[in-house]
Ligand binder design. Structure first.
Ligand code: UDP
Length: 365
């Protein structure tokens, strides 16, 4: 941001900006989720002339091991601006700017990712700026947020980001390049769905009143971004988690169609079923999980059975005659038949270990 002496016309006679937008309008955004087959999650996002590619790997074991955290996953975020992405070739490799953006962007995600579910793991987020035109950090955060969802990383909320700034004494949403370069203030923000701020930076000057108004504006901007993100997710994943989507479609179809046209209504129902087919597949996976849980309860039964065995063993321990017989068997060297008791008592221990292993797996999976 340079508050320059240079005279730049930011608004035309109709109060529209250099790119034809109203002051409170964001640039058009295009999103495609799941563009990289080798990443766990990915997203390509265009916002105005910004072009961003985000890839997420993990959760996976953190390496080097000294970076592992015993109680949670480490989140790593790398923002990289390709040298060909800007007008004047950028020097390749990390810079002070990219390190700063990587740090604040990582901090924008840490509060919403359930890192505690993945001790010793790493969640790696890489963003590549392929073309830059102001607002790349916010565009990258929006892409990374969707790549995290695509990777199936459990999060408390999607993160949506947008900037607000001031040009010619007027607040404008989602700064374009001239506004960023020659304006008076730039305030990039990232927030959760319910408006919790996870990133706030400011360059330039705003009065307290302007700041309050800017926050309202940028909150609205983030809401608009969130709506586009959700639309992109619905396109990729269908209406999972939103049963009302099918209902809304059904209502819309029944309004559009004559009521007595039963065949058409049935066809509409088929359409809805096709829409939710993706969801059903996901639910089938979930029912597979339920089966696993049922298996676990079967284990419980086995453990209960073993507790019953304990009773038997207590009985056996109480039964001096049997012990004497066993001792006699020992003396005879005929102990193979009794080994079963030993195996059962060890089995109880090994079952616990199985239980532990399962928990460990489910934590890292
Ligand atoms: N920019 C550039 N060369 C650089 C860094 C930035 O041309 O080495 C441009 C690029 O278009 C970027 C804009 O300046 O989007 C604003 O950069 P800033 O540091 O404000 O971050 P951003 O707004 O992209 O998050």
């Amino acid at each position: 941001m340079s508050s320059s002496q240079q005279k730049v016309e930011f608004f035309d006679e109709n109060g529209l900006r250099t790119d034809g937008r109203r002051p409170d309008e964001i640039r058009p955004m295009k999103i495609k989720i799941g563009v990289l087959s080798r990443a766990d999650g990915s997203c390509y996002l265009e916002w105005g002339a910004n072009k961003i590619l985000a890839a997420v790997y993990g959760p996976r074991e953190a390496h080097p091991r000294r970076t592992q955290l015993p109680d949670r996953a480490v989140v790593r975020y790398r923002y990289n601006m390709q040298s060909f992405s800007v007008e004047e070739r950028a020097r390749p490799g990390p810079s002070r700017r990219s390190s700063e953006i990587s740090k604040v962007s990582r901090e924008a995600f840490e509060p919403v990712i359930f890192t505690e579910a993945y001790p010793k793991a790493a969640i790696d987020i890489y963003v590549e700026v392929l073309q830059a035109d102001a607002g790349t950090r916010t565009a990258a955060i929006n892409a990374a947020s969707l790549a995290l969802v695509d990777a199936g990383i459990p999060m408390r909320s999607i993160i949506s980001a947008c900037a607000v700034g001031k040009v010619d004494g007027q607040l404008v949403l989602d700064l374009n390049k001239p506004e960023d370069n020659y304006g008076d203030a730039d305030l990039p923000i990232a927030m959760t769905e319910d408006g919790g701020i996870t990133l706030m930076q400011m360059d330039g000057d705003l009065s307290p009143e302007e700041f309050t108004k800017a926050l309202d504006m940028v909150t609205e901007g983030c809401r608009q971004v969130l709506a586009i993100q959700k639309q992109a997710l619905a396109e990729k994943f269908g209406s999972f988690g939103k049963p009302e989507y099918a209902t809304l479609r059904a209502e819309k179809i029944s309004q559009d169609e004559p009521e007595d046209d039963i065949d058409d209504d049935a066809a509409a129902d088929d359409e809805i079923r096709e829409d939710v087919a993706g969801d059903i597949e996901i639910r089938e996976d979930m029912s597979a999980d339920v089966e696993i849980r049922e298996d676990m309860s079967a284990d419980d039964e086995i453990r209960d059975g073993m507790a019953g065995d304990d009773e038997i063993r207590e009985d056996a321990a109480g039964d001096d005659e049997i012990r004497e017989d066993m001792a006699a068997d020992d003396a005879d060297g005929v102990i193979d038949d009794d080994v079963e008791f030993t195996v059962i008592s060890e089995g109880s221990g090994s079952d616990d270990e199985d239980g532990y292993d399962f928990d460990a797996d489910s934590e890292v999976a």
